[in-house]
Design a protein around this ligand. Structure first.
Ligand code: GDP
Ligand code: ADP
Length: 224
């Protein structure tokens, strides 16, 4: 993973002309809490944010598009990618395998573009180990257990057995909430999206990410 002082960083996502390295914005939550919905809203309104498209061995859900929601691959191909070290992180979740392809993410960060991830606590731990300075992690909590079950049922994307499996795992997933930089209880969707937007804007302005600041200040001082 290149360092934060990568010379190719650009001004993407910042006012003015200060070069910046891109960041990895991770949303994790128990299944059904709302991370996919929040992600979609974020992508609609932010030109400097792209979604990291994971590989998975899970079966495609109705309406999901290969190459957009996931790259749907078989376990043999998944293991090949792991062995070739083509994945930034990977994990087994609900009996399926998921992972983040390296290439697109590393290219975006170098170009000062931010990347949004919808990954579980295991993947987030791996990114924290390999690229802590690039990582901003947010845990999304549902407002209540019954509301979580209602959302999973209303979403109508999983069988009753699958919903029961995800509810059973929710406790284990939520036990990792304190490992995250930020925590949002997703009561009202608009408020949650506004909160994620605010976190992203603040993180973009962090001094250590604005790798072009010293040039900018020197230019400013030269003009005084
Ligand atoms: N570690 C890791 N987890 C992932 C990745 N992609 C998805 N996940 C997680 O896998 C879990 C199941 O995702 P999915 O099958 O889409 O179900 P959903 O959470 O109900 O939308 C969720 O916790 C996702 O955050 C990935 O690339 N890496
Ligand atoms: N704040 C909210 N209030 C009510 N329903 C919500 C809220 N956020 C998300 N939802 C709904 O809950 C369901 C699960 O959301 P989703 O984004 O698929 O969760 P996840 O990606 O975490 O599994 C979807 O039908 C979504 O429209």
């Amino acid at each position: 993973m290149p360092t934060a002082s990568d010379a190719n960083a650009t001004t993407a996502g910042l006012p003015g002309d200060i070069r910046r390295r891109g960041l990895m914005l991770v949303l994790s939550s128990p299944s059904g809490a709302g991370k996919t919905t929040i992600s979609r809203r974020m992508l609609e309104s932010d030109g400097n944010l792209s979604m990291s498209v994971s590989v998975t061995t899970r079966a495609k859900r109705p309406g999901e598009v290969h190459g957009k929601d996931y790259f749907f691959i078989d376990p043999t191909e998944f293991n090949l990618m792991v062995n070739r070290r083509e994945l930034l992180e990977h994990a087994k979740v609900f009996g399926n395998y998921y992972g983040t392809p390296k290439g697109a993410v590393e290219e975006a960060l170098r170009a000062g573009k931010d990347v949004l991830f919808d990954i579980d606590w295991q993947g987030t731990q791996q990114l924290a180990e390999s690229a802590r300075d690039d990582l901003v992690s947010i845990f999304i909590l549902p407002p209540g257990a019954r509301e979580l079950e209602r959302r999973l049922t209303t979403r109508a994307q999983d069988s009753a057995a699958e919903i029961a499996k995800r509810m059973a795992k929710a406790n284990d997933e939520m036990s990792h909430w304190s490992e995250y930089d930020y925590v949002i209880v997703n009561r009202d969707l608009d408020e949650s999206v506004t909160a994620v937007r605010s976190i992203l804007q603040a993180e973009r302005l962090k001094r250590r990410r604005q790798v072009g600041l010293s040039d900018f200040v020197r230019g400013l001082q030269a003009g005084l």
